[in-house]
Write a protein that binds this ligand. Structure first.
Ligand SMILES: Cc1cc2nc3c(=O)[nH]c(=O)nc-3n(C[C@H](O)[C@H](O)[C@H](O)COP(=O)(O)OP(=O)(O)OC[C@H]3O[C@@H](n4cnc5c(N)ncnc54)[C@H](O)[C@@H]3O)c2cc1C
Length: 365
């Protein structure tokens, strides 16, 4: 089996398949702007701006899959991935915003997902006890089932663990090889890697890879610029993720670091740059949410979200090519869903039955 792309989706597929004794070769071009290396790391579909039920089907399964994945990775000696269930704060300046988040989280918990956890309204002061730098005007709703992960570390851990189980990794840009109209493998640096099944997890770059085939899919890059702040006078290891009623967010990691994101630049193309406007936008958003004036700017990242035609992933076999499985289009939710989608893509390639209907995710829609 060949997997092209080893971001969060491809690395998870490689780990899942190799752990199950299947021979896999994983090819990655290490493109600048790989989404998984820039992603913030919020895993919390319990309070979200996404409303589509078919989105929630995968986001819920994605968030729940983390428990199993973390356990498996630990068994394989991988524990340093920054995953922690730190809870989430939905923040708002008015009651209405908090009411909406509360209704949403409660309905999800009541609809059979106890993992949403405790749901509690907090005063500004109570919220600041959990996230001390939060600005004073905000009140909050606390949801204990929110989590965060360092996606960059997670991808590396899944790749290492997949290698341990026999997966082979090849660095370079792949192009599909066809024989009599069938995809028989991928060529990298002049060498052919033959495979009976091909899993395509090439994110925003997918159409370039599919160019020798009769189909293209609806996918394009959306640039996200994101900034990491150092706050060395605080122990941030248990701070919850912060989700306001805007498009921005904030989360913390163990190493006295706060991440604020992000721009959503839909017509960016593959323009891999930090821009003055983008950096200002994210810093302004951070300062609006938290007292970060005295923090240091420790890192800025750029990533290309793979954006499909709507909010749903592009997932399934490519019509006319029985051995090509597409798994992309995770947009702004790929860290939440990505590891689970990697498993689903593997199961599709193996022609196994899935626990949900794939129809809404048809890659050619
Ligand atoms: C700033 C930012 C913040 C985000 N925050 C969150 C968040 O908090 N929570 C959340 O759930 N999601 C978040 N996301 C979304 C998430 O990061 C993405 O949806 C997810 O990482 C997509 O993963 P992927 O594996 O599909 O693609 P990618 O990570 O982009 O991987 C695709 C891989 O394919 C390789 N590739 C492409 N073409 C070829 C080729 N021809 N040959 C070989 N290799 C190839 C590339 O090198 C790359 O490594 C964020 C994204 C960004 C940009």
């Amino acid at each position: 089996m060949i997997i092209i792309g080893s971001g969060i989706v491809g690395a998870s597929a490689a780990y899942h398949l190799s752990r199950n004794g299947i021979d896999v070769t994983v090819i990655d071009a290490n493109h600048e702007g790989r989404a998984s290396a820039a992603g913030a790391g919020i895993v919390c579909p319990w309070i979200t701006h996404h409303k589509h039920p078919d989105w929630y089907t995968l986001a819920r399964r994605g968030a729940l899959y983390y428990g199993e994945l973390i356990k498996e990775l630990k068994n394989d000696g991988e524990s340093d991935i920054g995953y922690k269930q730190v809870g989430a704060l939905a923040i708002s300046k008015d009651d209405e915003g908090i009411n909406q988040s509360q209704a949403e989280a409660m309905s999800k918990r009541e609809a059979g997902t106890p993992e949403v956890g405790d749901i509690k309204r907090l005063s500004g002061e109570e919220a600041r006890a959990l996230f001390p730098l939060l600005n004073k005007e905000y009140q909050a709703l606390y949801v204990s089932g929110g989590a965060r992960v360092d996606a960059h570390l997670l991808c590396q851990a899944m790749q290492r663990a997949a290698s341990l189980h026999g997966a082979q990794f090849v660095e370079g840009k792949a192009s599909l090889t066809l024989k009599n109209g069938h995809v028989v493998g991928a060529e990298v640096n002049g060498e052919l890697y033959a495979g009976d099944q091909i899993i395509v997890t090439t994110g925003a770059w997918t159409n370039e890879l599919l160019s020798p085939l009769d189909h293209s899919i609806t996918i394009k890059p959306q640039r996200g610029q994101i900034i990491h702040f150092g706050v060395k006078e605080y122990d941030t290891s248990d701070w919850p993720v912060v989700i306001p009623d805007s498009s921005y967010y904030m989360l913390a990691f163990d190493d006295q670091r706060i991440v604020v994101g992000a721009t959503r630049e839909t017509d960016s193309g593959f323009d891999y740059r930090l821009t003055a406007g983008g950096v200002k936008e994210v810093i302004d958003a951070g300062l609006e949410m938290a007292a970060l004036e005295n923090s240091s700017v420790s890192e800025m990242r750029v990533g290309f979200r793979p954006m499909g035609p709507d909010t749903l992933p592009l997932l399934g076999k490519l019509e006319g090519y029985h051995n090509v499985t597409i798994a992309t289009g995770l947009g702004p939710s790929g860290i939440t869903m990505g590891p689970y989608i990697g498993v689903v893509a593997s199961e599709i390639a193996l022609d196994h039955t899935l626990p949900f209907d794939l129809t809404p995710y048809n890659p050619l829609r």
